[in-house]
Design a protein around this ligand. Structure first.
Ligand code: PEP
Ligand code: MG
Length: 312
């Protein structure tokens, strides 16, 4: 894993035995999407749409949003683009929709839950995504953040499919991971948000430096939930991505593939190191490493077990 091998890695993502793993970028707007094209990524696995609207006091119009979404879609012609609906609230409050003075914003009306009292905001966004899709030959995938139940997934998928779009949800609430088979039955794909999945599984604020051991995605409980989701994806033959920063850790990326995850999306600067590492290991080694990590009691032991399995 020399620096040169990483610098030279140009994709596409695949293990040493040729198992394909799309290595994708997390982006925030047209500018970051165009920047991402300078890295060896095969598309966008997470477009965090709320980040473009953090300063807005009024809701963006369909036209404004269509322009924004087209910019990102057009940066990756013919490639995958996964657009997430507004993940407003908690660490990303939006002035035009987020409730003030919630006692526990991380457990409040955030993510897809904003559609409870603002259905028009989500409807407008889906209209804009559909309009951007209609203007291109691309078929963007659309996913909702903070889904906690199969009923929520079904309701969202209905809204998305009625506009002719491909529907998925994020798995970042433990309830959704536990019931992944029921959720996957309602949608076309899922993407695991390991930042929030870890926060909610470990009951530890993702922003807290003091709790860094608890908010480590190598926590075996988190790996076990990811395994549950990946198994459900394999059973139903539907894609299961990871779009949290766990996908930026080359060693953990190998474990995620070993657990059965089908694509990885993270900050584009991480793509080469992840892709180069995957190219050195077989799917079977990844599977063994995943099993070894799952059998440990803490993040440090999980890392050591995976590293040992992949070195052999
Ligand atoms: C996540 O929670 O892992 C995720 C990808 O979403 P965000 O970091 O935007 O909450
Ligand atoms: Mg999240």
């Amino acid at each position: 894993r020399s620096a040169a091998a990483i610098a030279d890695w140009s994709g596409p993502g695949r293990t040493a035995d040729g198992h394909e793993v799309a290595v994708l970028a997390n982006v925030a707007d047209g500018t970051s999407a165009r920047t991402a094209t300078g890295y060896p990524v095969e598309g966008v696995g997470l477009f965090r749409t709320e980040l473009a609207f953090l300063d807005r006091t009024d809701a963006p119009t369909v036209e404004e949003q269509t322009t924004l979404y087209s910019e990102v879609i057009d940066a990756f012609p013919g490639q995958k683009v996964v657009i997430r609906t507004l993940d407003a609230g908690s660490d990303k409050p939006l002035k035009f929709v987020t409730q003030l003075n919630e006692a526990n914003p991380a457990l409040g009306v955030r993510g897809n839950r904003i559609a409870l009292d603002h259905p028009e905001i989500r409807a407008t966004q889906l209209d804009a995504i559909a309009a951007a899709a209609a203007k291109s030959t691309a078929e963007p995938w659309v996913m909702a953040p903070m889904i906690a139940s199969a009923a929520e997934a079904a309701e969202f998928a209905g809204e998305v499919r009625s506009r002719g779009l491909v529907a998925g949800v994020m798995i970042e609430v433990p309830a959704a991971a536990i019931l992944a088979p029921a959720i996957l039955a309602e949608v076309d794909f899922v993407s695991i948000g390991t930042n929030d999945l870890t926060q909610y599984t470990m009951a530890a604020d993702r922003m807290s430096a003091e709790l860094a051991t608890l908010t480590d995605p190598w926590q075996p409980a988190v790996l076990a939930l990811i395994a549950t989701v990946a198994r459900a994806g394999r059973d139903l033959d539907k894609p299961v991505g990871v779009c949290g920063e766990a996908a930026a850790d080359p060693l953990l990326a190998c474990v995620l593939i070993g657990l059965g995850v089908t694509s990885l999306s993270a900050a584009p600067a991480a793509a080469a190191a992840v892709g180069a590492r995957l190219g050195l290991v077989s799917t079977e080694q990844c599977r063994v490493a995943a099993e070894a990590a799952l059998a440990t009691a803490d993040p440090a032991a999980a890392r050591a077990a995976a590293a040992a399995a992949l070195a052999g």
